[in-house]
Design a protein around this ligand. Structure first.
Ligand code: ZN
Length: 387
């Protein structure tokens, strides 16, 4: 492929990464206090004012029924950029399809990226860039730098260096590429980001607004699908009946911390407390023990924490599909449907934010299409633990 094509590709790859990363953050995240440094989140007037809110579950969560507010400022410009990027990505894809080699190239970008960055999350764009940047050398504009610069307080080094999860999308049907640091995970850093076979793992993240619970529960039930829920503790407190319903329906529910804060900004003691308080709360509400899976809010973590959480008995769960679902979707429910179907692959761990109305509207259709494509929805416990 020529250089132009190559460049386009990288951009495309970078974008997809960003998207993935961001989405996780955003939606899920109502602006975490910590994240204020992050451009995106800061913007929310309400939130910004209440720094401590994070501790108050209800507030933090974004009561804002609106899907997590995107960062105001940067958001706009970013979305524009993003749109452009998406276009280019599409074009790139088309080209790629014709050129098998393209795939390889994608991979490259991904590696460098791994190392870092992420976004702070807030602004989708930002994060995206950050992610992309991560990709390295070739990233779109200074993504790397941006990502780093925006990284919140958490500027650790060594095994505490702040990392953000992302993935590099590949052509339809293929398993994405993942950050280079995954190769450094040791046995005592239990983590999952993709499974194998004709199974799909739907993970629903409720770090932000609860949204249309009734439609969500009904769509899963009508289709006899078991999903995996990562619900922040403040949301458990806000609607314990919802949690009990999920348990009764047989869904897997796992630990997503009490306050949904970027764990990179917390001391070990605070992280432990976030997790242990969640265990107690879950037990109080359901009478059961929490499932041994954990998701870092915003996908932000570091190697030290990954090991610490693992030592606490948890397997950290990342993802292989995520969406820009923390902000209104341009084409409504078509967007989450297309995002998921266009990246459907074996062992797909899908991250979907519960607070996105479009996600919930599209859920029934998505489930039916995924099944029609030959996949079965499964609990994370079906994934063979990493060895
Ligand atoms: Zn979350």
């Amino acid at each position: 492929m020529n250089n132009k094509t190559k460049a386009t590709w990288m951009l495309a790859a970078a974008l997809s990464l960003l998207l993935a990363a961001c989405s996780s953050e955003r939606a899920a995240e109502p602006p975490a206090p910590t994240e204020s440094p992050k451009p995106a989140e800061t913007p929310k007037p309400t939130d910004s004012k209440k720094p401590v809110e994070s501790k108050k579950p209800s507030d933090a969560s974004g009561d804002s029924s609106v899907v997590p507010a995107p960062p105001a400022t940067s958001a706009n410009s970013e979305s524009a950029k993003e749109a452009k990027a998406e276009k280019e990505a599409k074009e790139a894809k088309a080209k790629e399809a014709k050129e098998p080699k393209a795939t390889k190239e994608k991979t490259n970008p991904s590696e460098p990226a791994d190392k870092q960055s992420q976004p702070s999350g807030a602004s989708g764009a930002v994060s995206d860039n950050g992610k992309a940047g991560a990709a390295g050398p070739k990233n779109p504009a200074g993504a790397v730098t941006d990502g780093k610069a925006k990284e919140p307080p958490a500027t650790g080094t060594g095994d505490r260096k702040a990392l953000s999860w992302y993935y590099m999308k590949k052509p339809k049907g293929q398993v994405p590429n993942f950050p280079a640091e995954t190769k450094s995970y040791t046995k005592d850093m239990k983590a999952l980001w993709v499974g194998t076979g004709k199974k799909v793992y739907l993970t629903i993240d409720t770090g932000g607004p609860l949204g249309d619970i009734d439609t969500l529960v009904k769509s899963l039930k009508d289709n006899k699908v078991k999903a995996n829920f990562f619900i922040a503790g403040y949301n458990v407190k806000k609607n314990p009946d919802f949690i009990r319903t999920l348990v009764a329906d047989g869904h897997l529910i796992a630990n997503h911390t009490m306050t949904h804060t970027d764990m990179n900004t917390q001391t070990d003691e605070q992280v432990r407390k976030e997790i242990e308080d969640y265990e107690k709360l879950y037990k109080d509400v359901t009478g059961k023990d929490i499932q041994p899976y954990f998701r870092f809010p915003y996908g932000r973590y570091n190697m030290h924490l990954l090991k610490m959480v693992s030592d606490m008995g948890y397997t950290s769960v990342f993802w292989s599909t995520a969406m820009r679902d923390w902000e209104p979707r341009k084409n409504g429910a078509e967007d989450p449907y297309n995002d998921i179907m266009n990246n459907l692959h074996d062992g797909n761990i899908i991250l979907m934010h519960q607070g996105s109305p479009e996600n919930i509207q599209a859920l029934d259709k998505i489930i039916k299409a995924v099944k029609k494509a030959g996949y079965e929805f499964a609990p994370l416990s079906d994934i063979e633990p990493p060895k």
